[in-house]
Write a protein that binds this ligand. Structure first.
Ligand code: ZN
Ligand code: ZN
Length: 413
């Protein structure tokens, strides 16, 4: 009789020394004060490369400002871990003494303040600190860790840029791709979703073409503002009247621009839409309803064909059914069972899912807390988003190290 060989228990996560903690904190403050806009993370990439070189790791650039580090430790399984690196065009208002005063230039030439308003600096710091822990404990494990420092998450450009630049031709193929995000949860804790982790996002730009006229002569105009206003109103009925109440979807019109003066009926109105769904079936339903409503309202107004342009999309972010329990076990082992909660899917989005999906390997993504419980927790992208460094960074570091150790081999087994 043969029995399946059980996977040996993962190596335990080494403790952070006082020197590790000091180094981690200094690195975090450095990164937080120097955020860079999406796909322009040049100095950030250099800081990451310098850290990886200090550990003696092989690195390569990928997707412009993306950096990959390879932590090779003999024969054994390969696992990949992704941290995103970009900041946001937000004027920081956190009051911390390492707050950013940096500015950057958007692709359209606008100069803007820049802030790590989504906490990606905690992701970079945690992954570098976890790499340091694993490097210092090579006798405990065997295999390879692919450290992915991905640019441009906020514009949905970075994961695709890295894959298109040959990420998976240049790095060994992993058994799983892992990632984490800081959130308004209690610091020291982690949360994870089973199955769907985050929503798919679609962004569209709509241009409604009318006929321009004097404001006193509507009979000579086709008013694109009135037509577009009907579109915006009726778009709200997709979620309330068409989508099954048990399914989740969001349709938001985030911008609306038309006209230059009150006594001119303009010739065009323009608005942008953001759509979030959790299931491909619901996504198709909502996108097709959006298209139908916009075209029908244009026709009802006697306006010309509207333009509907796709701006970007964020892919699905699904936690693999087989891989997720292994990560949950690792997180509970490293942080304590009571520190982990199972969360409902987030309506926020991520381009993380693209990295694993591109080569058909499972992904697992979770969240770690950044704020004192009982305090007012600012949401990601708020100018007040200032995670408390400790124990947030130690939690992100231990979570990353534990999950990576759950995938590589145990030394000597
Ligand atoms: Zn964000
Ligand atoms: Zn983010």
């Amino acid at each position: 009789m043969t029995t399946a060989k059980a996977r040996p228990a993962a190596a335990t996560v080494p403790a952070l020394t006082a020197a590790d903690e000091q180094h981690m904190l200094a690195l975090y403050r450095h990164l937080h004060a120097r955020p860079e806009l999406s796909m322009q993370e040049h100095a950030t990439a250099e800081t990451i490369e310098a850290e990886l070189r200090t550990l003696g790791l092989e690195t390569f650039r990928c997707g412009g400002t993306g950096v990959v580090g390879l932590l090779r430790n003999g024969d054994g399984p390969v696992v990949a871990f992704r941290a995103d690196t970009d900041g946001l065009p937000i004027a920081e208002d956190t009051g911390v003494d390492y707050a950013s005063t940096a500015t950057g230039t958007l692709p359209d030439g606008t100069e803007v303040p820049v802030m790590h308003g989504c906490g990606h600096d905690t992701h970079v710091t945690s992954l570098l600190a976890a790499a340091r822990l694993l490097d210092g404990a090579r006798e405990r494990w065997a295999g390879t860790v692919v450290l992915i420092f991905q640019p441009g998450e906020e514009t949905a450009a970075g994961a695709r840029a890295m894959v298109d630049d040959g990420l998976w031709d240049r790095a060994p193929r992993p058994e799983a791709v892992l990632g984490q995000h800081v959130m308004p949860l209690a610091t020291g804790t982690v949360g994870i979703c089973r199955d769907v982790a985050m929503a798919t996002a679609d962004a569209l730009r709509v241009v409604v073409h009318g006929r321009q006229s004097h404001g006193s002569q509507p009979q000579d105009a086709i008013d694109p503002i009135v037509a577009a206003a009907h579109m915006v109103t009726r778009l709200q009925t997709i979620v309330s009247r068409e989508v099954h109440p048990a399914d989740r979807a969001v349709v938001t019109v985030g911008t609306f621009h038309a006209g230059l003066k009150e006594n001119i009926i303009p010739d065009r109105a323009e608005f942008t839409l953001n759509i979030r769904t959790l299931e491909p079936r619901v996504r198709e339903q909502v996108l097709s309803a959006v298209d139908r409503i916009i075209r029908a309202e244009a026709s009802a107004a006697g306006a010309g064909e509207p333009e509907i342009e796709r701006l970007y999309d964020f892919p699905p972010n699904h936690n693999d059914a087989a891989a997720t329990p292994r990560v949950i076990q690792a997180l509970e082992g490293a942080l304590g069972e009571e520190q982990l909660q199972i969360l409902a899917p987030m309506m926020g989005s991520e381009d993380f899912g693209h990295l694993g999906a591109a080569i058909g390997v499972p992904s697992v993504f979770w969240f770690f807390g950044g704020f004192g419980s009982g305090t007012d927790m600012p949401v990601n992208h708020s100018p007040h988003f200032a995670p408390v460094p400790e124990p947030t960074l130690a939690t992100g570091t231990r979570a990353a190290a534990a999950a990576m150790l759950a995938w590589v081999g145990v030394a000597g087994s």
